[in-house]
Ligand binder design. Structure first.
Ligand SMILES: [Zn+2]
Length: 435
């Protein structure tokens, strides 16, 4: 299929683009052949499209990359609120998670992928249970995912799970035309024994995949690590050799200067999840300090039970505002930097930046259209500011992944949303009554 997209307001977010560039957005055409972007700007006459889409008045940006979530936790949306992380986890979430079965995860994963598509997300990183069911939902949805093989608990539990993790990798890594990758996901230093963390490192080393971990989310996590291991969580992970692997680390709220230097020396991608951190009263990551050090921060919503949605536009808005407010400096975490966190830096964190994260020739066509024909988006002085500070997810009318249109005119083509909503409600009800 050859697709020509005409006259969109394109913000390519390529790595060579800098905030000071005279033109960050231009009206241009994009030619797509199969999965790939083959030409931008002046399209050669030799390109004969099978279909032409008029994108006049629409901002076209790379699809968002949600670098930290727990896809099917949408089943617990608004189930437990206004609690700190440890109370929320131990009193409310872990007890109900005990009741989850594979079918629940499939239902929750479909709910999550539909929500991600509606918010313009074309790739995400997940850490949860029954990962095969999530892979099936991703396959159906048409978007990309790095699905974590979750490591949790002591070595006995890990040894039980390891054969499943290997089978998951064998079946799903690089599946669906390369849309799915399987990573190692040790939950956190406070939920994994030393041997379990080491097993996660070895799994990643053997299969040459990435590591997705929660890191220094709360002050309590740091205090407990200092008491038990006489090290910060970051230093502890480094001491176990885990940071030798390519790592993306969710939260990174409570880091000292040495921790940050460690992250920089291992090129770790911090994943900023401000909504979840704020809601749980955990604080939030020092993103301007990461930027000063040259760390590329990605953005993630965390699960829809602690956020309580998977809305990347809202996440960008909050991320950009809180750092200006706390520092008193409106220049930090600019609209441009925030959009880069939500696109290219997310792709880098997930190791898929050679495929997506920007709109350029040779990359796959993962992009979204934002309709600017709305009172809250006009007049359109600055398209990047419009996306970060003014847009709503309901402005996103088209979503494309690997050159395939998966949402058009606000309609998701790959999933049955009405059925998903009914099934999610039935599943939530059944979970609450299940013994
Ligand atoms: Zn999380």
């Amino acid at each position: 299929m050859k697709l020509l997209i005409c006259s969109g307001i394109v913000i390519p977010m390529t790595s060579s683009l800098t905030q000071d560039a005279t033109k960050l957005a231009s009206v241009m055409d994009i030619a797509i052949d199969g999965k790939k972007i083959v030409s931008t700007g002046n399209i050669p006459d030799s390109f004969i499209p099978d279909r032409t889409i008029d994108a006049e008045g629409k901002i076209i940006i790379p699809g968002f990359i949600n670098a930290h979530t727990h896809l099917s936790m949408g089943l617990f949306r608004n189930y437990a609120n206004d609690l700190d992380l440890f109370t929320w986890l131990t009193k409310k979430i872990w007890p109900i998670e005990e009741k989850l079965n594979e079918q629940d995860i499939y239902t929750g994963s479909l709910l999550g992928t539909a929500e991600l598509i509606r918010s313009g997300t074309t790739a995400f990183a997940d850490m949860y249970f029954f990962q095969e069911a999530s892979c099936e939902a991703v396959k159906k949805s048409g978007i990309r995912a790095n699905i974590g093989a979750t490591f949790f608990g002591d070595i006995g539990e890990t040894e039980k799970r390891l054969p499943e993790h290997h089978a998951l990798f064998k079946t799903w890594n690089n599946a669906c035309d390369g849309r799915i990758h399987i990573d190692a996901a040790p939950h956190a230093v406070y939920t994994c024994s030393r041997e379990t963390l080491t097993a996660a490192r070895d799994f990643s080393l053997e299969l040459n995949n990435r590591v997705h971990v929660h890191l220094s989310e709360t002050a309590k996590e740091n205090a407990d690590a200092l008491e038990q291991h006489h090290m910060t969580p970051t230093a502890y992970l480094e001491s176990l050799g885990l940071l030798e692997r390519p790592v993306y680390a969710a939260h990174c709220v409570h880091l000292n200067q040495d921790d940050m230097k460690i992250l920089k020396s291992h090129n770790v991608s911090p994943v900023h999840s401000p909504s979840s951190n704020l809601k749980l009263g955990s604080g939030f990551a020092p993103v301007p300090r990461f930027s000063k050090l040259g760390l590329h921060t990605a953005l993630g919503t965390d699960g829809a039970s602690s956020n309580n949605n998977l809305n990347m536009i809202e996440e960008m808005h909050i991320a950009s505002l809180i750092h200006k407010g706390i520092s008193g400096d409106p220049k930090v975490v600019s609209a441009f930097e925030t959009l880069r966190m939500a696109t290219l830096y997310g792709a880098e964190a997930l190791g898929i930046d050679s495929l997506c994260g920007s709109i350029e020739v040779g990359k796959d066509a993962d992009m979204i259209f934002i309709d600017t024909n709305a009172v809250h988006l006009q007049p359109l002085h600055d398209p990047i500011s419009a996306v970060v500070y003014s847009a709503q997810t309901s402005d996103i009318d088209t979503v494309m992944c690997q050159g395939k249109i998966i949402m058009e005119n606000h309609s998701i083509l790959t999933l049955d949303e009405d059925k998903i909503i009914r099934d999610a409600a039935d599943t939530a009800k059944a979970l609450l009554s299940r013994k």
